[in-house]
Design a protein around this ligand. Structure first.
Ligand SMILES: Nc1ncnc2c1ncn2[C@@H]1O[C@H](COP(=O)(O)OP(=O)(O)OP(=O)(O)O)[C@@H](O)[C@H]1O
Ligand SMILES: [Mg+2]
Length: 245
């Protein structure tokens, strides 16, 4: 005999209704699925600012909250955090609800254009090592997210890195089609004056700072190598991203 928990049916129906409602807010998504996919390039500086965590959660939000078919591409040539996260979670019986590929080379943009048919959303974790890889992803993307914390040492290095990647989009003649945001993560004490100063610096440098930020929380640290049960601040971040696009 099959036993079905009484809550499980309404819950899954409620989830699919909520996903359909969320999908209807996505102006770029063609209900007939003839539209091209949305490509998001996540990049930033090397050294643990939270790029891979951001990439995994973005993929998770599009898969869970919107019910979309999502591919996460790990294009970091040095540390394959996203790929390992996906692999280990699956091995533990707690799989992430999206697919993963590792394409850690400067042809990543081309692979995304050629080999990702059938996906609604492709998120590329570009790592922080290679401007060629970041540039290759940016040249084919719809949205660039440059991830940083508001700490002074990181803020100082944004400009060269993001300008370099955007010049690849300019060379490909696509700069006007791309929206680019700096996004703060691992923000400690959101109201601290140094965060305000950092927000000002991003704007002074001529970049758009995404209005949504991710705080520094142990829950996000613990999420690694599991399928997170809560979307946390990343749900609002995706909504803000969709409004900015
Ligand atoms: N919002 C957050 N709050 C607390 N810890 C976080 C948060 N985001 C990421 N972390 C933690 O920070 C560390 C680095 O995160 P992550 O691997 O995502 O960074 P990265 O920028 O991809 O690093 P790398 O340059 O090595 O690829 C990890 O231990 C992760 O769990
Ligand atoms: Mg990483």
């Amino acid at each position: 005999m099959t036993t079905t928990s009484p809550e499980s049916i309404p819950r899954s129906e409620a989830l699919s209704a909520a996903q359909a409602a969320a999908r209807s807010t996505l102006t770029w998504l063609d209900p007939e699925k003839t539209r091209k996919k949305k490509v998001i390039a996540v990049g930033g500086l090397k050294g643990g600012v939270g790029k891979s965590t951001m990439s995994v959660y973005l993929a998770l939000v599009y898969a869970v909250a919107y019910g979309l078919k999502v591919l996460l591409v790990d294009a970091d040539p040095l540390s394959q955090t996203a790929y390992d996260w996906h692999r280990i979670a699956k091995k533990k019986g707690d799989p992430l609800p999206f697919d993963i590929e590792t394409w850690p080379h400067a042809r990543v943009g081309q692979r995304v254009m050629e080999d990702t048919d059938g996906y609604d959303v492709v998120v590329i974790d570009c790592g922080g090592e290679s401007s060629d890889i970041f540039g290759s992803a940016v040249a084919v993307c719809d949205h660039v997210l440059f991830v940083t914390s508001p700490r002074k040492a990181e803020m100082r290095r944004i400009k060269g890195s993001l300008d370099g990647a955007l010049s690849a989009a300019r060379d490909a003649g696509r700069l006007h089609e791309i929206s680019a945001n700096v996004v703060f993560t691992r923000v400690k004490n959101a109201r601290a004056s140094h965060n305000e100063a950092a927000r000002g610096k991003v704007k002074d440098a001529g970049y758009d700072l995404l209005a949504a930020e991710i705080p520094d929380l142990v829950d996000y640290e613990d999420a690694m190598e599991t399928c997170p049960k809560e979307l946390g601040h990343y749900r609002a971040l995706v909504e803000t991203l969709e409004m900015a696009a």
